[in-house]
Structures are given as structure tokens and as C-alpha cells.
Design a protein around this ligand. Structure first.
Ligand code: SF4
Ligand code: SF4
Length: 390
């Protein structure tokens, strides 16, 4: 099967959208498993919708929805039986493409005279199929593609997993109060970057195809031709999500706004609430910071070099030359927000935020980055340009 091109927008091949009745959704999962893939999809665990390996439609959170606000998340029963009637949970697809803990090298002592040999582990990449990827998550994967694949260094772990991944996107038909993808131009409709895209409608799913690999899977399913009624239902369902999005982030001149207000009193104000707990960075689908440690076994003859997720909210993260550069919460929060929304533009030519809202929901004190930016914008401390009357 032709793998999806991970570095460019996928383009829908000449395939008409198809209709898959609800009682045939299992066929899609079966086809992906038959294609020798590990299917990862939404499921309920510890009272949250998370991404885990699934093998059956019974694993999906059918009839459940998530209710979210800054600092709050809870599941509720829906009054219907939809499979994808929720938004996004604490997990993102990052954990599968950029695992939280990876052995990136091993070293073994070859002889008593301290000669060592070093190897990079050669693992067969897992052939994942991601089921239920939302538009903001497609955008987040594209952001991480730029970080891990399109810079001067290509990350081999990410590359192998990304190349082998098959993506089944799902168009949002509802939004949470924490979503602001429309401000970031990342959703809620899935436009590119998928192999197949589903929209859940009355009686089944409208399926669009986004790659040759998707076309192969789609052909193997027992689908019906989609009629205008199916398209109208899908459009209405997608529009419903657009209309539910109430949160906004004014991105106009945001890079210069933030970098021009590094001494704004709002940073101190937010530091009084921020716990520096790292939750926002762990749940963020684009954050990519990591640290590397060498761990020797008890014999001292074998060492694993381990890479694990790190966070700019950890005090040791900015330790260098015998001291910590960002030794207070104010400087750590400011570093996070200005990187995400300002210097990310300098580094990667785009925003580091896709508007998924996870960092709002999973922040214990409910710090909302859209409100922090608005507060800075309201009292912009930059000196007005010469000649300005303001
Ligand atoms: S902003 Fe919230 S989630 Fe992030 S470190 Fe501070 S308290 Fe934790
Ligand atoms: S910064 Fe927050 S809203 Fe933006 S992508 Fe990360 S978790 Fe989502």
C-alpha cells in the first residue's frame, strides 16, 4: 500500500465520497487490522476519553460526550448513540509518533579495558492506524512534522512511525467551550492530511478519501454511493460545530504584541495562579521538548540513553553552566506562551498553537491562554510609534 505523504498536504484523489451505514463501521476497523495495523482510537478510561488500541466498535465511547471548561472535564451520557459525539481529551496522537519515553541509543562495554560499542536501536516501526483524528489534531501533526522532519535534523523515531501511520480523521459535529480552532484557522473541518475522513450523520458516516492508501481501504469496504442528502446532513453537522465555537484568540500582530510586552505585569499576575505543574505542556499536541539521560544497569556494562518528554515549566529545564536561567514561575509561563504564540513563528514560520483547548481544560487553576493574551493586548505597554496620537 502506498503510504500517505507525511510532509505535504494530502490531496483527495478522484474518489467520490461514500456512505458507510453505522452497522458497518466495524468493517473499517477490520480492514485496518487486516492491513496489519495497530488501530488506535477513542475509548473511555478513568472517566475520560483517551486514545488506546481498539479492535471493536464496542471499544468506542458510543453515546458519551465530554463537557469542558478551563480547569474542568467530565463525561456525560448523550441522548443519542453517536460514536464520535465528543471533542478532544487529555491524550493526543503525539504520544504515538513522539513517545513519552524512548531508548534512542544503547552502549555496551566490550572489554575490561573500557572499550565501548554504541548502537541505535533498530525497531520495526509500528504500523498505526489512528481512528478519530480531529482537524486541530491534523494541524498539530503537521506542526510536529515541521519540527521533527523538516528542519536540519530528522528524528528517526518520529520519521519511522509517521511514515507508517494511516489517518482516519473525523469531522467535529460539536465543539467544547475551550475550542478556538476557528481563530487558528485549523478547524473544525478536516481539509487535508488524512487518508480517510468521516462525518457522522444520521444512519452512518460520509467518508471522504484523502490519499491513495485511503482509497485502497475505502474500496475494501461495503459502502454505498453518497447522495445529496448525505452531503447536506454532513455539512449541517459540521456547521453545528462551527456555530458552537465561542472562544476566540485575536492573532493579529500577536508575535510583536507578546515579544514587545515581556515586562508586562500580567506575567506576574498569571504566575500567582500557575502551579508550574507542566500539565499544559504534557497535553499540548505540539509541545516537543525532551531531555536525554544515560541510565546504567547495575553491572555498569550496559547503558540505555533515554529520551523523555520534558517541559519548560520544569525548573531544571533551563539549567545551564551551573545555574537555572528561568528560576521563577513568571519567567517559565512567559517562556511557554511567547514560544507557543510568538517565537514559534520565527522558528517554524507558523503558530505553535492549533486551538485545541487542552491546556485550558487540563490546567488545574484553569488558566486560559486566550484570556492572558487579551489582558496583555488590553494594556499594551509598547511605546506608540512616533507621531501617533494615542
Ligand atoms: S499554566 Fe496551568 S497547566 Fe500550565 S504549568 Fe501553570 S498551572 Fe500547570
Ligand atoms: S497551546 Fe493549548 S490550545 Fe494551543 S495547541 Fe497547545 S494545548 Fe492546544
Amino acid at each position: 500500500m502506498t503510504q500517505p505523504d507525511s510532509t505535504s498536504s494530502t490531496v483527495a484523489p478522484n474518489e467520490e465520497a461514500q456512505f458507510l451505514p453505522t452497522d458497518r463501521l466495524q468493517l473499517l476497523i477490520d480492514a485496518l487490522i487486516a492491513d496489519d495495523r495497530v488501530v488506535i482510537g477513542p475509548t473511555i478510561e478513568q472517566q475520560a476519553i483517551v486514545y488506546e488500541e481498539i479492535s471493536s466498535v464496542d471499544d468506542l465511547p458510543r453515546g458519551w460526550t465530554d463537557v469542558q471548561s478551563p480547569g474542568n472535564y467530565r463525561l456525560e451520557k448523550r441522548d443519542d448513540d453517536t460514536y464520535f459525539g465528543y471533542v478532544v481529551g487529555p491524550h493526543s496522537w503525539k504520544q504515538f509518533l513522539f513517545p513519552p519515553l524512548t531508548v534512542v541509543a544503547t552502549a555496551d562495554r566490550e572489554s575490561a579495558d573500557t572499550k565501548w560499542s554504541m548502537q541505535a536501536p533498530q525497531e520495526d516501526p509500528l504500523r498505526y492506524a489512528f481512528l478519530g483524528v480531529r482537524a486541530c489534531e491534523l494541524a498539530a501533526i503537521a506542526v510536529q512534522d515541521r519540527v521533527f522532519l523538516q528542519g536540519p535534523y530528522v528524528d528517526p523515531v518520529y520519521r519511522a512511525r509517521r511514515d507508517a501511520a494511516f489517518i482516519v480523521a473525523v469531522n467535529c459535529t460539536q465543539a467544547a467551550s475551550t475550542c478556538f480552532c476557528t481563530s487558528m484557522n485549523t478547524g473544525p473541518k478536516c481539509k487535508s492530511g488524512f487518508d480517510l475522513a468521516l462525518t457522522e450523520i444520521d444512519g452512518g458516516f460520509l467518508i471522504e478519501c484523502g490519499s491513495e492508501a485511503g482509497a485502497v481501504i475505502l474500496k475494501s469496504l461495503e459502502t454505498d454511493d453518497a447522495g445529496s442528502r448525505h452531503h447536506d446532513l454532513a455539512e449541517n453537522a459540521q456547521q453545528q460545530a462551527v456555530e458552537q465555537i465561542s472562544k476566540t484568540l485575536d492573532t493579529g500582530g500577536i508575535r510583536d504584541l507578546l515579544l514587545g510586552n515581556l515586562e508586562h505585569p500580567q506575567w506576574e499576575e498569571v504566575a500567582n495562579r500557575c502551579l508550574s505543574c507542566t500539565n499544559c505542556t504534557m497535553v499540548c499536541p505540539t509541545c516537543f521538548c525532551s531531555t536525554v539521560t544515560d541510565v546504567a544497569d547495575l553491572s555498569g556494562d550496559h547503558v540505555d540513553r533515554k529520551r523523555q518528554w520534558d517541559s519548560c515549566f520544569n525548573i531544571d529545564f533551563s539549567y545551564m553552566n551551573g545555574g537555572v536561567v528561568r528560576n521563577n514561575v513568571k519567567s517559565r509561563y512567559r517562556q511557554w506562551l511567547t514560544h507557543k504564540l510568538a517565537s514559534w513563528h520565527d522558528q517554524f514560520g507558523e503558530s505553535g498553537c492549533v486551538g485545541c483547548g487542552r491546556c485550558l481544560t487540563w490546567c488545574p487553576p484553569g488558566i486560559d491562554l486566550t484570556e492572558e493574551v487579551a489582558a496583555i493586548r488590553l494594556h499594551d505597554l509598547r511605546v506608540p510609534p512616533e507621531g501617533s496620537s494615542s
